[in-house]
Design a protein around this ligand. Structure first.
Ligand code: NOJ
Length: 469
């Protein structure tokens, strides 16, 4: 079980979750800086002020990646670090950090895969209406143009937005993420329209500034249903759950809303109508902007429900048996989902995919022996990667896998209590300790898959038993 020679093995983080240095070198605040300061919004009152101090320790972190054999690093750029007010004045000190980061990655043979926006919207622009203001499309374009011009000579792979349902839905409807708003549906859809147009505007800006061929990806959430079994009717039921007209209880967790406009140039009006009769007007020009050609989708997969055809003919969620394996987040472990995510997305949208995030939150700590033992993460990854192998074997265009996360970090409203890293971070001392899963993942990368390629040297035979005849 190995992948093609161009398959990319990576690890991922995001600016606000790892960088720290929140008020250093001229960085402006984002909505997350403001949100963390509101009482009761983030567990234990945690903030990203220091996080993993990646801003100062990126060399050490990159050296660890190199030691693991990681080939690509998905990180995000903090918009308000490079444009403190979100638009206008450039903060060159902030920009320099990303120059140093990209240079250091390349020096270590690691390909940079920056994400333009991983939820940390500039506070100044939020005060001017944020995603509800049509001008945000141009603001985001200006930002994309800046980073494209600055880094485009060395960056060949870009991601635009990360998980719109989270920053739009959790941030603007549920209010459990920054900026903590509870808007009505018409405003939610208006913000969504602007975010998708901003995506398209950033694709134009990256293309226009790129001095070399680039690949641009978009990272919607992978909100799919997994067929309860592989009977044709349950596969169809799961597909319908994933892309059919949703029920109102699905609220904003609905992939088509974020994907159809971007890839197919279609606004899923019938899905909007499930929640409101007052959705925004979306013109042909708006859709043309949203659907600028891109090279790939980035799928973030953690868990999904098992779906079968219900007695009423609609897709129905199958209850999990008591004691079903769950992460520390209480998310069920459903490893077949990685295969179905790749398959369903490619079938509908025709684009190649990369897994832009996949991983497990555990309660890891440093054991008495000084190591961090995380057998459940290894098991989780092994099961999920089998699904990816299957997708590859069946000919789906799966191009890479980024583990979430390179290291433990600030898990948004949950603060620091969830650990997703291959590398343990002691947040009091900033000491890094690679977990058992890091060594395991290094082996997977070395083998380009779950098992070693065919033996090419006697070294590979060490440990095999002679057959007695
Ligand atoms: C998806 C998000 O992109 C990332 O920021 C987050 O930490 C992981 N999910 C885990 O919840």
């Amino acid at each position: 079980m190995t992948f093609g020679k161009n398959f990319v093995w990576g690890a991922a983080t995001a600016a606000y979750q790892v960088e720290g240095a929140a008020a250093q070198d001229g960085r402006g605040p984002s909505v997350w800086d403001a949100f963390c300061r509101k009482a009761g919004k983030v567990a234990e009152g945690d903030t990203g002020d220091t996080a993993c101090d990646h801003y100062h320790r990126y060399r050490e972190d990159i050296a660890m990646m190199r030691d693991l054999g990681v080939q690509a690093y998905r990180f995000s750029i903090s918009w308000s670090r490079v444009l403190p007010e979100g638009t206008g004045r450039v903060n060159h000190q902030g920009m320099d950090f990303y120059h140093r980061l990209v240079d250091e990655l390349l020096r270590n043979g690691i390909e940079p895969y920056p994400t333009l926006f991983h939820w940390d919207y500039p506070q100044e622009l939020y005060l001017q209406g944020g995603w509800l203001n049509r001008d945000t499309v141009e603001w985001f374009g200006e930002y994309a143009e800046l980073v494209g011009r600055q880094l485009g000579d060395r960056v060949k792979n870009w991601w635009t937005l990360n998980e719109p349902p989270c920053f739009l839905g959790l941030g603007h409807v549920n209010g459990i993420h920054a900026p903590g708003l509870q808007l009505d549906w018409p405003d939610f859809f208006l913000a969504t329209k602007h975010a998708l147009m901003a995506h398209g505007r950033s694709v134009q800006a990256l293309r226009a500034t790129a001095p070399q061929p680039i690949a641009i990806g978009y990272v919607p959430i992978s909100h799919i249903g997994i067929p309860a079994d592989e009977s044709p009717e349950n596969i169809e039921a799961a597909r319908e759950f994933t892309f059919g007209v949703p029920t109102a209880d699905r609220t904003f967790w609905y992939s088509r809303l974020y994907l159809d406009p971007v890839v197919l140039g279609e606004w899923p009006e019938e899905c909007v109508r499930v929640l409101t009769d007052h959705g925004p007007e979306v013109t042909t020009e708006d859709l043309a902007l949203m659907s600028q050609p891109i090279e790939r989708l980035g799928l973030n997969f953690y868990a999904a429900p098992y779906i079968r055809r219900g007695a009423d003919g609609r897709p129905e969620t199958v209850a999990l048996p008591p004691g079903h394996p769950r992460s520390a987040f209480d998310w069920p472990v459903t490893p077949e989902g990685l295969y179905w995510s790749v398959r369903f997305h490619e079938e509908r949208y025709g684009l190649p995919t990369m897994i832009a995030e996949n991983g497990l939150s555990c309660r890891d700590w440093v054991s008495e022996d000084g190591a961090v033992h995380d057998p459940q993460r290894i098991d989780y990854l092994s099961r999920h990667l089998k699904g990816l192998h299957r997708a590859d074997d069946e000919g789906y265009q799966i191009q890479g896998y980024f583990h979430w996360s390179l290291m433990d970090n600030f898990e948004w409203a949950e603060g620091y209590r969830h650990r997703f890293g291959l590398i343990h971070v002691d947040f009091a001392t900033q000491k890094r300790t690679p977990k058992d899963s890091a060594a395991w993942y290094a082996q997977v990368i070395a083998n380009n898959g779950l098992s070693a390629p065919k033996a090419t040297s006697t070294h590979a035979l060490v440990g095999t038993r002679p057959t007695l005849s």
